[in-house]
Design a protein around this ligand. Structure first.
Ligand SMILES: *[C@@H]1O[C@H](CO)[C@@H](O)[C@H](O)[C@H]1NC(C)=O
Ligand SMILES: *[C@@H]1O[C@H](CO)[C@@H](O)[C@H](O)[C@H]1NC(C)=O
Ligand SMILES: *[C@@H]1O[C@H](CO)[C@@H](O)[C@H](O)[C@H]1NC(C)=O
Ligand SMILES: *[C@@H]1O[C@H](CO)[C@@H](O)[C@H](O)[C@H]1NC(C)=O
Ligand SMILES: *[C@@H]1O[C@H](CO)[C@@H](O)[C@H](O)[C@H]1NC(C)=O
Length: 402
């Protein structure tokens, strides 16, 4: 009796020890040949560590320790047998010359379930040379440079405590993901860096961006077609172009953008605050269930924008209405300062006016000197609750009542 008990106890102890050991022996990239000299490319070491981790039947962890490492280009791909955590504590530097990355992105992470990227480290895209090669304002081609991160087809995954610095093009793109959370992420690049969008989410469901700081040269956060149930909470954004849905309607078969909740965010010195934009003369599409709550604007040029005549550099046909339908949009408790006189612009499509637009408390002050604060509303009849300062769509309301 006692003997059996002892054997059982001993074997459960063995099993436990095995599980603990299997879960807790992290794979340090240095033992796969990585050198922290700031230049040697650690991608072969990282790839070998990844293969081992991915084959492990129990959860595994890869560590890039403190120090500065060169990283040429890497693709970390699943599916893997168990959850994997990549913990980057040090700084990874991309090659400065964008042609060294050739096709694709700098760091590509694909087809994983229960993946975690963490560690407090920095991914430095070293974009300064690349930015001088970007000529979007002259041609409509400016997507030839590598993004820093591509997260594709990840389920139940977490990106936390990571800094992305000076990406060549976008910092992070998200495609085909389900239940992906970004938290305590820091994104930085100078205001003048072209097309360095922070986090772009397309064709994904359940992406959360929490407790993060994003200051960059383009949109802090942008949603492309097929983004569903995305939430952004406690994010500080600026400099940059703000939080954007779109541009939509350029391509055939774009999926609807459904469910966007932006809450308790602060935008500082950004070009836009919260914005939905679609091209004129567009393909068909839909944007619905967009909610912007508790947002502080500090010196934001265009705090609240719906623009269905979005046409930068005149690369489109103005005058033909957008065929993207925008519905169920709310703005509530939005306050602070506008750097331009038009604090609220709601320009909807003539053929598909915006529906179900609700505006609650808004308190915006113009801090420039070019006239008085105004709002501009076209093809939209918002429902109002609470108090609006300035009055929103006042001209339109007067026009209706006269
Ligand atoms: C992610 O979830 C989708 C939808 O449930 C599934 O088809 C896909 O195989 C999953 N991917 C991985 C890598 O687990
Ligand atoms: C989403 O992913 C997180 C992280 O892996 C996990 O803890 C959570 O249970 C997932 N949520 C759902 C609804 O599957
Ligand atoms: C709102 O966000 C700020 C950071 O931007 C944070 O400090 C604060 O705790 C958040 N408030 C709530 C109620 O979550
Ligand atoms: C306000 O924003 C404008 C335009 O972005 C900028 O030129 C100006 O320096 C900002 N003012 C302050 C006080 O930050
Ligand atoms: C601004 O508003 C004030 C007070 O309503 C009015 O007297 C003034 O003419 C307006 N100025 C301009 C440039 O519209």
């Amino acid at each position: 009796m006692e003997r059996t008990f002892c054997i059982t106890l001993f074997s459960s102890w063995l099993l436990l020890a095995f599980i603990i050991q299997a879960q807790s022996r992290p794979l340090d990239v240095r033992s796969f040949g990585a050198k922290s000299d700031g230049v040697s490319d650690i991608s072969p070491a990282l790839t070998s560590a990844w293969k081992k981790a991915c084959d492990s039947p129990t959860p595994s962890k890869i560590i890039v320790p403190k120090g500065t490492f060169g990283l040429g280009k890497v693709t970390l791909e699943g599916p893997c047998k168990a959850p994997i955590e990549l913990q980057v504590q040090g700084t990874l530097k991309a090659p400065q010359n964008p042609s060294l990355i050739k096709v694709g992105e700098w760091v590509t992470i694909l087809y994983l379930d229960h993946f975690t990227l963490s560690g407090g480290g920095t991914f430095d895209g070293q974009g300064a040379i690349a930015w001088t090669q970007n000529d979007c304002s002259k041609t409509s081609e400016c997507n030839k440079l590598p993004n820093s991160f591509s997260f594709g087809f990840l389920n139940n995954s977490i990106i936390r405590d990571i800094t992305s610095k000076d990406s060549k093009l976008y910092h992070m793109t998200v495609l085909g993901c389900n239940n992906l959370t970004f938290s305590h992420v820091t994104i930085t690049a100078p205001e003048h860096s072209l097309n360095t969008d922070g986090i772009h989410v397309g064709r994904s469901n359940g992406v959360k961006i929490l407790d993060s700081t994003i200051g960059t040269g383009d949109d802090c956060i942008s949603l492309g077609d097929g983004a569903k149930q995305v939430s952004v909470t406690n994010v500080v954004c600026g400099p940059g172009h703000g939080i954007s849905v779109g541009s939509l309607g350029k391509f055939k078969n774009e999926e609807p953008v459904v469910g966007f909740l932006v809450r308790n965010c602060t935008l500082i010195n950004t070009l836009n605050g919260v914005r939905i934009k679609t091209w004129p003369a567009s393909e068909t599409g839909a944007v619905t269930d967009m909610h912007f709550d508790d947002i502080i604007m500090r010196n934001v040029s265009n705090p609240i924008v719906i623009d269905q005549e979005y046409c930068p550099f005149n690369h489109c046909t103005l005058g033909i209405p957008s065929r993207v339908k925008i519905s169920k949009v709310s703005f509530n408790n939005i306050r602070g300062t506008s750097a331009s006189a038009v604090a609220v612009k709601l320009v909807c499509s003539k053929s598909l006016p915006c529906d179900g637009v609700h505006i609650g408390d808004v308190d915006l002050k113009y801090i420039g000197k070019l006239g008085n604060i105004t709002t501009n509303c076209v093809n939209v009849q918002p429902a109002f609750m609470g108090r609006q300062n300035p009055p929103i769509c006042a001209q339109n309301r007067n026009a209706q009542s006269s």
